[in-house]
Structures are given as structure tokens and as C-alpha cells.
Design a protein around this ligand. Structure first.
Ligand code: NDP
Ligand code: BG6
Length: 500
């Protein structure tokens, strides 16, 4: 279990002028602070090249700090208090003198015994540079993380490299500065409420575990859909593509939690051991098991959207995929032969992330005749399906077969459902970054990616990524606002998945 929160922490956010820091990290820190979940002596230091001051940094944050659910004027009071604790130091990411200046400022204000949490919210190309700067500026880097008090922890954002080799290089660069125990590789999907519920659902409920295997599961579908374009991130996204942006990390992490064996305990080591074991059993992905797509101009909700190649900053002949569907093979005794369809796309018809466990039908289709008489000519009784809706509107439901009320014997497929908004009415669901930042403060690394886990995840995708780099294949076009390329359905059908 996590240790108690320490007394005094300096949060140092590098890249503090950027999108992630202002839109996600600082609001999450504020949400924790406003609810009294951070140590009373917590202070927040932004660091970036932009010429901001404490005042202009605070002014940028002011409107993004939300806590209106708190009673009375508690939110305004907390916001004022939080902003007074926010400071800013301008400096380049390779400027050890500027970083030292910041550390001296922290020591002068709060003493030498303050814990330090570095958050590297900078473009991935700067991770290694910044780590080297910290090694020069902070004498606590490299100290034994298990005994060092006060502690130093560093949060690194994805993407962790472009393939297995570059990821290994990044890991080596980080390990020259920090111990693995000090490194928190963040994947914010692991902080989402419904994803956190996956292990509880699987291992605290005896009804699911006996069915959670190749004997009863026909296929699994992990679907990630976004109805947005690049929102100004072309510079990053065009070099990454959807496979590196969300599939290798967010979707693969959800897959690991769905398919892994039960860990021996909730200790971070045991959970991560099981995830690694599972990921190593996933066969490297090959071209014949993948469909790639790229959105073209389209209309969604009455609004016209430009095609990917016409987005500002995207090269006109870009072959970057904005959509990918793949059928993964999990070669464990539990899952052998069960196709795992994963699909992810930008510019689709909706925003939705779902995990669907599709069960096999009954051996003896006793009710087929009854279904026919209810007017669903020729259709087989739909299989049971357990759906975990990660977002939006978190829910977990089981599609079952049932008799509709009435004198006729008609069948239907109602849902047994847990809709968070109804079951937990009035209970606030915090942003994923709040959960994860609190875990860093508590020193709980269960939800962060360990080095060997990262290696195993890259091993699944690296051969395919290299294969794609070596060919001139064009991704299949699909209209913005559609369900994605039609080839996705053909791929799914090839693996016996009819209704993905
Ligand atoms: P930004 O592009 O906003 O960059 C953050 C800051 O880094 C900028 O404000 C800028 O600060 C500095 N910077 C940007 N480009 C350069 C450059 N070429 N050279 C030197 N400094 C530069 O990034 P995000 O905030 O969007 O992302 C930060 C990290 O988080 C990335 O690794 C990203 O992959 C990851 N991430 C982001 C998500 C998001 O929603 N934005 C979601 C998940 C992960 P200044 O000029 O002031 O130094
Ligand atoms: C990020 C990706 O990791 O996750 C983005 O880089 C994507 O491309 C985002 O839009 C989605 O996060 P969420 O929490 O909004 O689903």
C-alpha cells in the first residue's frame, strides 16, 4: 500500500508554458490541492523558455483551475491560495545554471529538505537533454531512491521513443540520471476511472473469471474513437501517426489489463510483472493483420472538416495514418485462438473508448424459433457482451438475452448496466491526471510503465512500424465523421468478428 504523503513537496513542471502543463497538469494539481489531498506544504514551480513571470504564469492558469463542486466560497479561496504557491523561472532546457537558480530559489523558500517532483511536460526530443541538465543541477539525481529522504521523482510523458531501439536509448539516457525507482512513465489512460476498475471487475467478482478465457470468449474489441482533428498538433502527430500516438501505449495498456493473469498482490511489482508477462505473449504485429486509414474532408454535426493532408502543418503527400485497426494474437494458454481487435482513429463519427468482451453463444440454440417468431428473421440470438465504456459517460454493461414482458414469447437483448453517472450520482469523477499525480506523491508506481513493460509493448509494434517505413503504401481514405475505412470490417470478418 502507498506510504503516507510527505510533508513538503516542490512540484517542478518543465514545459510549463505548454499545452499539457496548462490544460492538464496544473489543473490536476489544483484539484488535488483544493481537496486537501496534497501535503500542506506543496509549492508549484513552472520552468520553460518563455519569458513569463510569477504573475503572468498565474494569470494564464487562473481560468483553467476549476472546483465549482466545492461548497460555498471554498473554490475561490483554494484557487487564490494555489495561485500564490505557483512560481515561474525562465530558462532553456539545456541551461544547468538556470535550473540551479530555480533549485536555489526553492531551497531558500522552503529549506533543503523539500521533496522534489519533476514533471517533464516537454516535447519528447527534449527528455534526454533535460535529464542531463537535471543531473548537473540537482545533486539528488541518482541517489538511491529507496533510502533517499527527501525524495526525488520524475514523471515522463509519452511517447517514449519511436520504436524499440529509440525507446531503449531514451531509457539508457534516463538511467544515467535517475534510478528506475525514481522514474514514473505516465500513460494517462491508466488513471481513467473505468480503466482503474478493470482489475476490480475481473478479480473481485467470481462471476467473470471462470468465463474470461478462450472457452467462452469469442473475441475482444478495444475501440478508441475521437471526433476531432489535430487541434494544432500536426508537428508532433505527423511524425508519430496513430500507432505511436495511442495504439502502442493507451490501447496496449488496456489490452494488458484485460488479458493478464491475476497478480499475486496489489504491489506495483506484482501487477507490472503480470502485465509484462502478458505483453511478451502477444505476437509481433504483421502487415496482413492491420488496416490503416487517413481522413479526408467530411461533414460532422453540420460542420465541414478539412482532410488530414490539408491541415496546417501536414505535408500535402503525408502517408501518416490517422486510423488503425489490428487483430492481435495473444499466445497465452488462456487466450490462444481468441482474436483481439484493437482500433483507433481520429476524425471519426464520435468520441468513444470501449472495451467489449464478446462471449460465445450457447451450444444449443434453444430459443432460435422464438426469436424468429418475434420478427427478427433469420438472425441468430446475439451473443452476450460485456462492455466497459471508458469514456464518455463511464459505464459497464452486460448485454443479455431476455423475454420481453407480455403474453407472446418474444425475446429481446436488454442490458444489465452500471451507469456511473446514475449509480454514483453526486460523486465527482476526477481527471485521470489527478489519480496519477496523487500516486506519484504517494510513491505508488502500480499504474506507471516499467522499463521492461515498455520494451515488451514496443516489441509488438516495432516490426510493423519498420515495415511501414520501408514501403510506400498509402493508408485507406475515410471521410471525416465516418466510422473509418471499410477495410476494417473486412479485416474483422477474416477473423470471425462480424459485428465490431
Ligand atoms: P508543447 O508543444 O505545448 O510543448 C511544451 C513546451 O515545450 C512549450 O510550451 C515550449 O515552451 C517548449 N517547446 C516546444 N517545442 C519546443 C522545441 N522545439 N524546442 C524547445 N522547447 C520547445 O507540448 P505539450 O504540452 O502538448 O506536450 C508535452 C509532452 O506531453 C509531450 O511529450 C507530449 O507528447 C506529451 N503529451 C501531451 C498531451 C497533450 O494533451 N498535450 C497528451 C499526452 C502526452 P517554451 O518555448 O516556453 O520553452
Ligand atoms: C493523447 C494523444 O495521448 O491522448 C492525443 O496524444 C489524444 O492524440 C489524447 O487526443 C486523448 O486523450 P483523452 O484523455 O482526451 O481521451
Amino acid at each position: 500500500m502507498p506510504a503516507s504523503p510527505p510533508d513538503s513537496i516542490a512540484f517542478i513542471i518543465a514545459g510549463a508554458s505548454g499545452d499539457l502543463a496548462t490544460r492538464k497538469v496544473m489543473p490536476a494539481l489544483f484539484a488535488l490541492h483544493a481537496r486537501g489531498l496534497l501535503p500542506a506544504e506543496s509549492h508549484f514551480y513552472g520552468y520553460a523558455r518563455s519569458a513569463l513571470t510569477d504573475q503572468t504564469f498565474r494569470a494564464r492558469l487562473q481560468d483553467l483551475l476549476q472546483c465549482e463542486d466545492l461548497p460555498g466560497d471554498a473554490c475561490d479561496v483554494s484557487r487564490r491560495d494555489f495561485l500564490e504557491r505557483c512560481h515561474y523561472e525562465a530558462g532553456d532546457y539545456d541551461d544547468a545554471a538556470a535550473m540551479s537558480r530555480l533549485l536555489q530559489r526553492i531551497a531558500a523558500a522552503h529549506g533543503a529538505n523539500v521533496h522534489r517532483l519533476y514533471y517533464l511536460a516537454v516535447p519528447p526530443s527534449l527528455f534526454a537533454t533535460l535529464a542531463a541538465t537535471l543531473r548537473m543541477a540537482d545533486s539528488r539525481c541518482g541517489a538511491d531512491a529507496r533510502t533517499a529522504a527527501p525524495w526525488l521523482r520524475v514523471v515522463i510523458e509519452k511517447p517514449f521513443g519511436r520504436d524499440r531501439a529509440t525507446s531503449d536509448e531514451l531509457t539508457a539516457a534516463l538511467l544515467r540520471v535517475f534510478n528506475e525507482e525514481q522514474i514514473y512513465r505516465i500513460d494517462h489512460y491508466l488513471g481513467k476511472e473505468a480503466v482503474q476498475n478493470l482489475m476490480v471487475l475481473r478479480f473481485a467478482n467470481t462471476v467473470f473469471e471462470p468465463l474470461w478465457n478462450r472457452n467462452y470468449v469469442r473475441h475482444v474489441h478495444i475501440e478508441w474513437a475521437e471526433d476531432l482533428s489535430l487541434a494544432g498538433r500536426a508537428g508532433y502527430f505527423d511524425g508519430a501517426g496513430i500507432l505511436r500516438d495511442v495504439v502502442q501505449n493507451h490501447l496496449t495498456q488496456m489490452l494488458a489489463l484485460v488479458a493478464m493473469e491475476c497478480p499475486w498482490s496489489l504491489d506495483a511489482k506484482h501487477i507490472r510483472d503480470e502485465k509484462v508477462r502478458l505483453l511478451r505473449q502477444v505476437a509481433p504485429l504483421t502487415r496482413d493483420r492491420v488496416v490503416l486509414g487517413q481522413y479526408t474532408a467530411g461533414i460532422l454535426a453540420g460542420h465541414s472538416w478539412t482532410g488530414y493532408r490539408d491541415e496546417p502543418g501536414v505535408p500535402p503527400a503525408s502517408r501518416t495514418a490517422t486510423y488503425a485497426a489490428a487483430v492481435l494474437e495473444v499466445r497465452s494458454p488462456r487466450w490462444r485462438g481468441v482474436p483481439f481487435l484493437i482500433s483507433a482513429g481520429k476524425g471519426l463519427d464520435c468520441r468513444r473508448t470501449e472495451i467489449r468482451i464478446h462471449f460465445k453463444g450457447p451450444e444449443h440454440d434453444l430459443f432460435r424459433q422464438a426469436l424468429l417468431s418475434s420478427g427478427v428473421a433469420g438472425a441468430p440470438l446475439p451473443d452476450n457482451e460485456l462492455v466497459i465504456r471508458v469514456q464518455p459517460d463511464e459505464q459497464i454493461y452486460l448485454r443479455i438475452a431476455g423475454k420481453t414482458p407480455g403474453l407472446e414469447f418474444h425475446l429481446d437483448t436488454p442490458k444489465l448496466d452500471l451507469i456511473y453517472r446514475e449509480a454514483y450520482a453526486g460523486k465527482r469523477i476526477g481527471d485521470a491526471y489527478e489519480n496519477l499525480l496523487l500516486d506519484v506523491v504517494r510513491g505508488d508506481r502500480s499504474l506507471f510503465i516499467r522499463g521492461d513493460e515498455l520494451e515488451a509493448a514496443w516489441d509488438i509494434f516495432t516490426p510493423l512500424l519498420h515495415d511501414l517505413d520501408a514501403t510506400s503504401d498509402e493508408p485507406s481514405p475515410y471521410a471525416f465523421g465516418s466510422r473509418g475505412p471499410e477495410a476494417r470490417d473486412l479485416l474483422a470478418r477474416r477473423f470471425g468478428i462480424e459485428d465490431a
